[in-house]
Write a protein that binds this ligand. Structure first.
Ligand SMILES: [Zn+2]
Length: 127
């Protein structure tokens, strides 16, 4: 993929990621009487929601970091745009269109981190 196109994709993805509001973390609620849910259950639910929200926020920050890293790399080595860091083969356009911040092809990614590959679900694994 050409550097200019890849840069466009990265900037677009960055905009989308930044526009996504951080998940709201609800303060622990104590008014069990109002909801009719026993205090303990309410507490557990609230903790679970907070965990989910902070996981999402963490993921979002991670993706942003990777986008910025890819943009810097593009800036300093435009010749390496879309090339796998590991085997230096071009990363397929299809992969870059979904994940412009990918720095390795799927094969190298899988070799480096086989466990993660086994557990990943769906198309987008946000390298
Ligand atoms: Zn590779």
């Amino acid at each position: 993929m050409k550097a200019a196109r890849l840069k466009g994709l990265l900037i677009e993805l960055r905009k989308q990621t930044v526009a996504e509001k951080p998940a709201r973390i609800e303060p622990n609620r104590r008014d069990a009487a109002a909801s009719g849910v026993p205090d303990e259950d309410e507490q557990a639910l609230s903790e679970m929601l907070q965990t989910l929200a902070s996981q999402r926020n963490k993921k979002q920050a991670e993706v942003l970091k990777q986008i910025d890293r890819a943009l810097r790399r593009l800036e300093s080595d435009p010749d390496l745009a879309g090339l796998c860091e590991e085997c230096e083969e071009p990363i397929p356009d299809k992969r870059l269109e979904v994940m412009p911040h990918a720095t390795m092809c799927a094969a190298c990614r899988g070799k480096r981190d086989p466990k993660r590959r086994q557990t990943r679900r769906g198309l987008i694994d946000f390298d």
